[in-house]
Write a protein that binds this ligand. Structure first.
Ligand code: BES
Ligand code: ZN
Ligand code: ZN
Length: 476
């Protein structure tokens, strides 16, 4: 996709998109062009409405998009995504977007990202006769007077490109998006965008004593990969460390899942968000150093699978009693956290993991559970999420909950075996492996990484976390 910013409204393309705020007295048009009018009973700019009409020049099709009275980032992004996703036949190779003065730079960013994301299709393995549309050729002209429109539009495209990759990684089935696939994705992205990637295979992970990570991988014929990605720009002032849970499929292991297993290709949603964020920061030449650890395994079952009641080691040297092999995410993330903190000592540490059903029980699909020992980091994450509609909300890490993970036989146990406070117990487990790092946040994204929406018939990836992390980094 190509973007051009134009200040004067002329030479409109054959398809013209105009977003409108809702107004009961009739919509107000952008200046500088005689747009075809529409009666307010037919279109008043209501949220999620669309009006398609021809102008005096019969060659031009106008798409009026309703944003509602007070729109927000997420609404405008979804509204524009809907156009490329569902009105594909209206698009040729050129489209004009005319923005009125009441559309801010931020909302323009949302619009451009949305338009790009709408080109994503779920039918990766459909052998359809119709060839897919080549959206790469699309040229977008944006008519606006805003300063910095060009920079913002280009950034919006880069955000969406990274999110598109995150969607792809999560939606691909577990026989395609294997640990090896994710490692290769990282290597290729590192080459294209400019960050360093090191991949540890099983043998290398054994040499590094990544025992908790390896224990989870034991029951699968798919080889584990421990990915280390480093983006180190010359002018960096801060260093952020990221860890993403990369369980490419979670059967539960020997504590095999009875419900919801079919959705467990989403269990690498944290890995996808972190890897796509690496692409994004490198693509934007963002002036912050970012180190990402992405442990990737499949949690499966065979005669080598780890057993409930086993005591295993970990990178930190601490021992872990396995109560439940389905509490596998915290094991690989624990090794990821220790590895990151001990070898790279970042100023801030954030992990993203589809960690517990409990967080879904608490927040549903619209908000991730946030745990942090740093009130400023916590507030910054909440604010970042609020700005773009990727919500997070805090739960406590109080000392009293530590008893839930105390083991008789080992330093810690991986599950408290109780039907309550599951997300908190998991967070306390992770905290045990952070070496008391003063600025750590854990995001339990089990509900937000994968869900239902108007863009698919069954649950699918959301891209949650990529833009959230960028917004957060912009605050440092
Ligand atoms: N991958 C799951 C958590 C999950 C649940 C992700 C729903 C996405 C949607 C995790 O590994 C898991 O199995 N958690 C268990 C832990 C329990 C058995 C100790 C859970 O939360 O039920
Ligand atoms: Zn599990
Ligand atoms: Zn899992």
């Amino acid at each position: 996709m190509k973007i051009e910013i134009c200040t004067e409204v002329r030479n409109l393309d054959e398809l013209v998109i105009v977003p409108f705020f809702e107004n009961e007295n009739g919509i107000s048009f952008p200046d500088g062009y005689d747009f075809p009018n529409v009666s307010k009973t037919l279109f008043s700019g209501k949220k999620d409405t669309l009006f398609i009409l021809k102008g005096i020049d019969i060659k031009i099709t106008f798409l009026y998009v309703g944003l509602g009275k007070e729109t927000d980032y997420r609404t405008i992004k979804t509204a524009l995504r809907r156009l490329t996703a569902k009105q594909e036949e209206l698009f040729n190779d050129k489209v004009s977007i005319v923005l009125s003065e009441d559309i801010s730079l931020d909302l323009m960013e949302a619009a451009v990202s949305g338009l790009y994301l709408g080109t994503y299709r779920l039918g990766h393995f459909k052998k359809s006769e119709k060839p897919e549309k080549d959206w790469k050729k699309l040229e977008i002209k944006i008519f606006t007077q805003m300063e910095n429109a060009e920079i913002t539009a280009q950034k919006a495209l880069k955000i969406a490109e990274a999110q598109y990759q995150a969607l792809l990684m999560v939606d691909l089935p577990p026989n395609k998006a294997t640990p090896e696939f994710l490692a290769n994705w990282a290597i290729e992205a590192g080459k294209s965008y400019g960050f360093k990637v090191t991949v540890l295979d099983r043998k290398a992970a054994e040499r590094e004593n990544l025992d908790a990570f390896l224990a989870v991988s034991q029951g699968s014929h798919r080889e584990p990969r421990f990915i280390i990605a480093e983006y180190n720009p010359p002018n960096a002032t801060k260093h952020i460390g990221l860890v993403g849970k990369g369980v490419t499929f979670d059967t539960g292991g020997l504590n095999i899942k009875t419900a919801g297993m079919v959705h467990m290709k989403c269990d690498m949603g944290g890995a996808a968000a972190v890897l796509a964020t690496m692409q994004l920061v490198a693509d934007l030449k963002f002036p912050i150093k970012v180190t990402a650890i992405v442990p990737c395994v499949e949690n499966s079952v065979d005669n080598k699978a780890f057993l409930p009641s086993e005591v295993i080691g970990s990178y930190s040297g601490k021992t872990i009693e396995i109560i439940d092999t389905d509490a596998e995410g915290r094991l690989i993330v624990a090794d990821g956290l220790s590895y990151l903190i001990r070898n790279f000592a970042p100023d801030l540490v954030i992990d993203l993991a589809t960690l517990t059903g409990s967080s879904v029980g608490t927040f549903g699909y619209e908000c991730a559970a946030l745990f942090s020992n740093d009130p400023i980091l916590s507030q910054n994450l909440q604010n970042s999420g609020e700005q773009i509609g990727e919500r997070v909300w805090p739960l406590p890490l109080w000392e009293i909950y530590k008893q839930e993970i105390e083991s008789d036989i080992a330093d810690v146990k991986n599950y408290h075996g109780k039907p309550f406070a599951g997300a908190i117990a998991a967070a306390k487990f992770l905290e045990f492996f952070t070496d008391e790092h003063p600025s750590w946040a854990h995001l339990d994204i089990a509900g937000t990484a994968f869900g239902d929406s108007e863009f698919g018939k069954s649950k699918h990836a959301t891209g949650f976390g990529v833009h959230l992390l960028l917004k957060l980094m912009e605050k440092y």
